[in-house]
Design a protein around this ligand. Structure first.
Ligand code: UTP
Length: 495
């Protein structure tokens, strides 16, 4: 058994000895498990975390004098504001994909508390007719890319086995959903992907703190309450898990990063890949997609540029940190000045992740959130399910790596084409809104192929439509498919 006395002394030195309050009541295995969990925590960091983030709310220091909206590559590449060579970058991206230099990477370790779904969020039935789970919709995009780009020769593992594995897919889970995620893929035979091309790994966790006292909470008598350390935990987890080395062994140079909640994300987007890799102002370290915000108070972080330590950097300012008067500023044409909203779609180079993760001085800042976290009452030993926020959860965000890059570009995408997130059970960014957008996007693609779509009085499709990624992942790809001449009013059609 791990040395009880030394752990007790350590805990006392950081004022967290209550974590062993119920130790004597535990079984021998339970005791071992608790000591192992406590030993895995970075206890030395705890006092300063409590002082800085739990007892206080650090305000973001924004240098307003140098703050500017970020420039970006407009969706319309012929826009007079910044014309750019769409075909050139698409061709570059396609070439990179064909060479097998792309990996897909989904961050799926979150708690998904807003959705309230019992299981990993990626297992959520998202297809608006088929109810295909999010993971399947992503898997089908990768199958489609394999068929389209013919990525055949991928080296896996030691030696030099050549496998038709397609684009490798890395899935970051957390201790709270790892087993269930892997089991789901196994149950569904990896949705047709080769198991050698899918790799799961877990991110780290941080303790959850009592909001009032700053003490670390116990989730049961034998377990410390923890939360996944945020999607920013991906940078270190990619390295620690061996995923980074695996990518290097496969010849992967660029990582297509996306979140588990957006069924419309275009995982393999040659134009974005080409811009990331070859645009003159890109260091090819980390690039991002953006959407024009529809209103100043839309809850998206905003891409800004600012002077920091003698150089101009790109950064994402969280919605809540942006001064309201700046968010509301408009250009003469009426559009928002700080318009570029972050939708958490990035390209990252393997070299950049390696450079950051293997630098002992590297760390991303913490972000603080107040949450309801069930806990054990230390006096009564009884479990408590709070109805108001009782805890502070700390997380790291991946976009905080952007200002660490030499030159980072932003590429505009289209809301209907690429943003249908499922975050909430109802309302904005919910199951309903995502399903509605799935039909709207499918209708748009079909109309571009000459298919007549029935509309209601508000101009919305009067039907439900779902296009499998295996049929098409863009309107252009749909042009080659066998399509009906028209869609019947009120019908539900899967293509
Ligand atoms: P969200 O910010 O939506 O958080 O995550 P969440 O935990 O999934 O959901 P709520 O806030 O509890 O409702 C955005 C993306 O980042 C991933 C999520 O899985 C999702 O894909 N994520 C978040 C992680 O992978 N790890 C984390 O620690 C946090």
């Amino acid at each position: 058994m791990l040395e009880l006395n030394s752990i007790r002394t350590k805990l006392a030195s950081v004022k967290q000895d209550h974590l062993l309050r119920f130790f004597d009541e535990l079984s021998s295995d339970g005791k071992q498990a608790l000591l192992t969990q406590i030993a895995s925590l970075d206890l030395d960091a705890v006092p300063s975390l409590i002082e800085t983030y739990v007892k206080n709310k650090p305000a973001l220091q924004l240098d307003l004098a140098t703050l500017e909206p970020a420039t970006y590559y407009p969706y319309n590449h012929r826009a007079p504001s910044r014309p750019w060579d769409h075909d050139k970058y698409t061709t570059i991206g396609e070439d990179i994909i064909r060479k097998g230099e792309i990996a897909a990477f989904v961050v799926a370790g979150g708690q998904g508390s807003r959705l309230g779904f019992d299981g990993p969020k990626g297992c959520f039935p998202a297809g608006c007719i088929t109810q295909k789970p999010l993971f399947q919709l992503f898997a089908e995009q990768l199958l489609a890319a394999r068929a389209r780009y013919g990525i055949h020769h991928v080296r896996v593992g030691p030696g030099s086995t050549l496998v038709n594995a397609g684009i490798p897919w890395y899935i970051m889970t957390s201790p709270l959903n790892h087993k269930a995620t892997v089991a789901f893929f196994e149950k569904h035979s990896y949705f047709g992907l080769s198991p050698t091309s899918v790799r799961f790994f877990q991110q780290g966790v941080l303790p959850s703190f009592d909001l009032a006292t700053g003490k670390i909470l116990l989730s049961s008598k034998g377990e410390v309450a923890t939360n996944p350390d945020g999607h920013g935990g991906a940078i270190r987890a990619l390295d620690l898990s061996g995923a980074l080395d695996d990518m290097k062994a496969r010849g992967v140079k660029h990582i297509s990063y996306f979140q588990v909640d957006n069924p419309h994300v275009r995982i393999v987007d040659p134009t974005f890949i080409g811009l990331h890799a070859a645009a003159p102002d890109s260091s090819a370290q980390m690039s991002s997609k953006m959407l024009p915000k529809v209103a100043p108070d839309e809850k998206l972080g905003v891409f800004c540029s600012m002077q920091r330590q003698g150089r101009r950097v790109l950064d994402v300012i969280e919605y809540s940190d942006m001064p309201a008067d700046l968010s509301a500023q408009r250009l003469p044409d009426g559009s928002l000045r700080f318009v570029a909203g972050s939708i958490a779609i990035h390209m990252l180079s393997v070299a950049m992740v390696e450079k950051l993760a293997r630098n002992p001085a590297f760390s991303l800042p913490y972000h603080r959130a107040e949450k309801k976290v069930p806990f054990i009452d230390l006096d009564s030993g009884q479990p408590v399910s709070p109805t108001t926020n009782n805890a502070v959860k700390l997380e790291r965000f991946v976009f905080d790596a952007i200002p660490l890059c030499e030159g980072s570009i932003v590429y505009e995408t289209d809301r209907v084409e690429e943003f249908a997130p499922i975050k909430n059970a109802s309302g904005t960014d919910s199951v309903e809104s995502s399903k509605r957008l799935q039909t709207i996007r499918a209708a748009r693609w079909l109309e571009r192929c000459g298919v007549a779509i029935p509309k209601d009085a508000a101009g919305e499709p009067h039907c439900v439509l779902e296009i499998s990624p295996l049929t098409a992942t863009s309107a252009d790809e749909l042009k080659g498919a066998k399509l009906p001449a028209a869609i019947e009013r009120g019908s539900a059609v899967v293509l």
